[in-house]
Design a protein around this ligand. Structure first.
Ligand code: UDP
Ligand code: MG
Length: 316
C-alpha cells in the first residue's frame, strides 16, 4: 500500500525544510503504509530545487519532477498526477497550511471503502485580508449558481483520493485546468474534513488579488457557459427597450411635432450601449481565447529533470 503525496512547489525554498520535518514525523507514525513524497518544482527561481535534491539524496522516499518553467500550480499538480505511483494519491501545499497529520486519518477513511476521496475545507479564513474572504465567498456562491458542478465553500486542493479517481482526473485533459471543478466533475464520493486556516510557515503566497480574480473567471468559464447566456440576455433585453422607445418617439412626434429632442441623453445611451456591446464581445472573446488555447493541444507541462528512472523526459 503506497501513498504518493504530490507537493507542487514554486519558490518554496524557505518552507521545504519545515515541511520535510513535519512529514518525517507523520511518516514515522504511519508505519503500516509506504509513503513517497513527490515534489513538483514548478520552475522556481530560488533554491527550491537544491533543497529537494539534497533531501532526495538523504531520503529515498523523496521523488521529484522539475518542470522546464513556471507552468502554474494546476499544471504542476497534473504533472504530479501523471507520475504518481501510489494506490492513494494526496495533494499538499509545501507551506504547511495543509496539516500533514490529517494524512493518516484520510488514509484510514479511504480504507473503509465508502469514500473515493477525502477533501478538506477550511472553516475559518484567519490571517486572510477580509476583502479577499468576501470575494472568495461571492465566487463560491456564483460558480455554484452558474454551473452544474458543486464546489464546497472553502474547499482546498489538499485531498487524498483512490487510484481510480486519480485516473479519472487525469483523463480530463484540458489545458485550462480548474482542479476544484475537475475533482467535483469526475464524480465519486467525497468526504469533507474541516480544519481551521493556518498561516504559511515561511515564504509568501503566490496569489495576488488580480491573479485570484483571473483564476475565478477561468474557473467559471471552464465549467459554465452562463456568461454567454447573460450576454445574449442583455442583447434581447435592450432590443426590447429600444423597440418600445421607437414606438414612443414615433407616436409622440405625430401628436406633438418637433418632439424628437434630447441630444445629451442620446450620447449617454450610445455610450452605455457601446460599452455593453464591448463587454459582451469581451465575454465571448474569453471563451474563444480559451477554445483557441485548447485546440492547440500543447502539453500541459514539460519535464526537465527528475530522479525517477522510470519517468521519461517527454510529457504527455
Ligand atoms: N504553486 C505552484 N506554482 C505556482 C504557484 C504556486 O506550484 O505557480 C504552489 C506553491 O508552491 C504552494 C501551492 O502551490 O505549494 C499553493 O500556493 P500558495 O501557498 O501561494 O497559495 P495559497 O495557499 O495562498 O492559496
Ligand atoms: Mg499556501
Amino acid at each position: 500500500m503506497l501513498i504518493t503525496v504530490i507537493v507542487p512547489c514554486y519558490n518554496e525554498g524557505k518552507a521545504i525544510p519545515f515541511f520535510y520535518e513535519e512529514m518525517k514525523k507523520v511518516m514515522a507514525d504511519m508505519t503500516s503504509r509506504e509513503i513517497e513524497i513527490l515534489f513538483v518544482n514548478d520552475g522556481s527561481r530560488d533554491d527550491t530545487m537544491e533543497m529537494v535534491k539534497e533531501l532526495s539524496e538523504k531520503d529515498k522516499r523523496i521523488k521529484y519532477l522539475s518542470l522546464s518553467r513556471n507552468f502554474g500550480k494546476e499544471a504542476a499538480m497534473f504533472a504530479g498526477f501523471s507520475y504518481a505511483k501510489g494506490d492513494y494519491i494526496a495533494i499538499m501545499d509545501a507551506d504547511l497550511q495543509d496539516p500533514p497529520e490529517m494524512l493518516s486519518v484520510m488514509a484510514d477513511e479511504l480504507d473503509r471503502g465508502v469514500y473515493d476521496c477525502i477533501g478538506t475545507r477550511r472553516v475559518t479564513r484567519k490571517g486572510e485580508p477580509p476583502i479577499r474572504s468576501f470575494f472568495a465567498r461571492c465566487f463560491y456562491r456564483l460558480i455554484n449558481k452558474m454551473s452544474h458542478i458543486k464546489i464546497v465553500d472553502g474547499a482546498r486542493d489538499f485531498r487524498m483520493m483512490t487510484r481510480q479517481m486519480a485516473d479519472a482526473v487525469m483523463d480530463v485533459r484540458e489545458v485550462n485546468r480548474f482542479s476544484k471543478g475537475i475533482f467535483s466533475w469526475v464524480g465519486f464520493e467525497t468526504k469533507w474534513m474541516e480544519y481551521e486556516n493556518k498561516e504559511r510557515v515561511a515564504g509568501e503566497t503566490k496569489w495576488s488579488f488580480w491573479k485570484l480574480f483571473k483564476y475565478s473567471f477561468d474557473g467559471i468559464a471552464a465549467f459554465s457557459t452562463v456568461p454567454l447566456a447573460i450576454a445574449a440576455f442583455f442583447g434581447v433585453f435592450l432590443s426590447m427597450i429600444s423597440l418600445i422607445g421607437i414606438v414612443v418617439i414615433v407616436v409622440r412626434q405625430f401628436l406633438w411635432e418637433n418632439s424628437a429632442f434630447g441630444w445629451p441623453s442620446m450620447v449617454c445611451i450610445m455610450l452605455f450601449l457601446s460599452g455593453l456591446q464591448l463587454l459582451c464581445l469581451g465575454i465571448v472573446s474569453q471563451y474563444l481565447a480559451k477554445t483557441y488555447i485548447e485546440v492547440k493541444k500543447r502539453p500541459i507541462y514539460i519535464i526537465k529533470e527528475s530522479n525517477d528512472g522510470s519517468m521519461d523526459k517527454e510529457s504527455l
